[in-house]
Ligand binder design. Structure first.
Ligand SMILES: [Zn+2]
Length: 451
């Protein structure tokens, strides 16, 4: 044990074949570390819960006189468009579910049997089999394998999107996107795993403290740098050219109390006909991005509605709040790993000696996949409230509910979004209120104004 607390060569040799179970729950010292990890995980988990309860806008609009406007499941969209969206959903929904299940299943097969551990060993062998190579090449092999298994499902989705005229992308560009996103994923995962395993080898009992701090920092730095490092790998961005619209949007931002230097237009039309806009980054990297499809297709008053919604996110600092909550959640998750990865049965199942053994990586990736799966409905429940608040903000700012409603309908029609998807689906996957709910919200807002 002592040998592993400092990064000595003895420790390195342990990593290659060794009895890392010695730092597991079996030893007294390991038990102390594990218990501390569990306590920290519970405390941080509670902190995340408190932040979510306090910071989420659970009520965005008072009940109008005479009660809420009933939700029209068609959102006022023509029947043939609703039908088209439903048939598109029927074609892609099984794909989404299959991809979700298959992704977790592959991670489970690799992480809960010794297959993944063997793969990690095997890929590093030609380079001498050192633990660093095991981590780097292991992550590469596991990520690529996971993508290859899912590739037919994603290709099927692309075919459907082409058939419905939603995707405008060439297969060359599609493959390039798959390759680039796999590359970025691999690099980020490899660096994280390298840090985690290195810490576990250096500080066997309390590695999760440092790893938790590092992953929280990574969430914050990642969210800050995302718009300048990752987004340009897929799209190019240009300032919106001088026009009445641009002037109006910048005025709107001023009126909002959140002056912005610029509104960026992305070349989304290279890939899709879908209409969208978003805010990313915070502080000096914060930006409002509107798809070029929006600029080409929508009238100015509807573009203003979209921009006003995004300004709602800016005014409420939603990206920063989400980032800080995510950082706290990441810390809690790593502490939980600090506890779970001392369980001898789990380690034995995965064929790893402990968190300092690179063969732990398949198990880690599986646990992360499960964590993501379990937290998705919660994240989306919070997101739907945050989006509803931004909608109210857009209505307050533009005072133009008709443009807002037309914009919602237009987006649903063009993006083939079902105005009223099945409740269970919406509960799990819905990051925004349904179109039907958003239109009803605008009607509520109107009713409140007419008081
Ligand atoms: Zn939004």
């Amino acid at each position: 044990m002592a040998a592993c607390r400092d990064p000595s060569r003895a420790c390195e040799r342990w990593g290659a074949g060794g009895p890392f179970t010695k730092i597991g729950r079996v030893s007294g010292a390991g038990r102390t570390g594990a218990r501390a990890a569990l306590i920290v995980a519970i405390v941080l988990g509670l902190a995340v819960a408190v932040v979510i309860v306090v910071r989420t806008p659970w009520f965005v609009l008072p009940t109008p006189p005479g009660g809420h406007v009933p939700v029209d499941p068609t959102a006022g969209i023509p029947a043939d468009a609703v039908q088209r969206a439903r048939s598109f959903a029927a074609a892609v929904r099984p794909q989404s579910l299959a991809a979700l299940v298959l992704g977790v299943a592959v991670a489970a097969v690799l992480g809960l049997t010794r297959l993944g551990a063997r793969l990690v060993r095997a890929v590093a062998r030609p380079l001498g089999g050192g633990w660093v190579w095991q981590v780097l090449l292991g992550v590469l092999a596991l990520t690529v394998l996971g993508r290859l298994v899912l590739l037919p499902l994603w290709a099927y989705r692309e075919v459907v999107e082409h058939r419905y005229g939603l995707s405008t992308e060439s297969w060359g560009l599609w493959l390039r996107d798959v390759a680039v996103s796999t590359g970025i994923d691999t690099a980020l995962t490899a660096v994280s795993m390298l840090v985690l395993v290195a810490l576990a080898r250096r500080v066997p009992r309390f590695w999760w403290v440092w790893a938790g701090v590092a992953s929280a920092a990574l969430v914050v730095v990642g969210s800050f740098l995302w718009p300048v490092l990752i987004e340009p790998a897929f799209n190019s961005f240009q300032s919106m050219p001088a026009s009445q619209l641009r002037t109006d949007l910048l005025d709107l931002a001023d009126k909002n109390g959140t002056p912005v230097q610029d509104v960026l237009v992305s070349d989304a039309s290279r890939r899709t006909t879908a209409l969208n806009a978003y805010v990313s980054g915070f502080g000096s990297t914060r930006r409002i991005v509107v798809f070029d499809t929006v600029i080409h297709q929508l009238p100015d008053d509807q573009i203003e509605s979209i921009a006003a919604h995004e300004l709602g996110h800016v005014a409420a600092d939603d990206v920063l709040t989400g980032t800080l909550t995510g950082a706290l959640g990441a810390g809690a998750g790593v502490a939980l790993l600090g506890w779970l990865l001392t369980a001898p049965r789990l380690l034995r199942r995965a064929g790893a000696d402990g968190p300092g053994d690179p063969r732990i990586i398949p198990l880690l990736l599986f646990l992360m996949a499960v964590g993501t799966l379990l937290s998705t409905p919660l994240q989306n429940a919070v997101s739907r409230q945050v989006e509803a608040r931004a909608d109210v903000h857009a209505l307050d700012l533009t005072r133009d509910p008709e443009a807002f409603i037309q914009m919602q309908r237009g987006l649903a029609e063009t993006n083939l979004g079902e105005p009223d998807p099945p409740a269970l689906w919406q509960w799990f996957f819905g990051s925004h209120p349904t179109t039907a709910q958003r239109v009803a919200l605008a009607r509520d807002w109107e009713r409140l104004e007419r008081r």
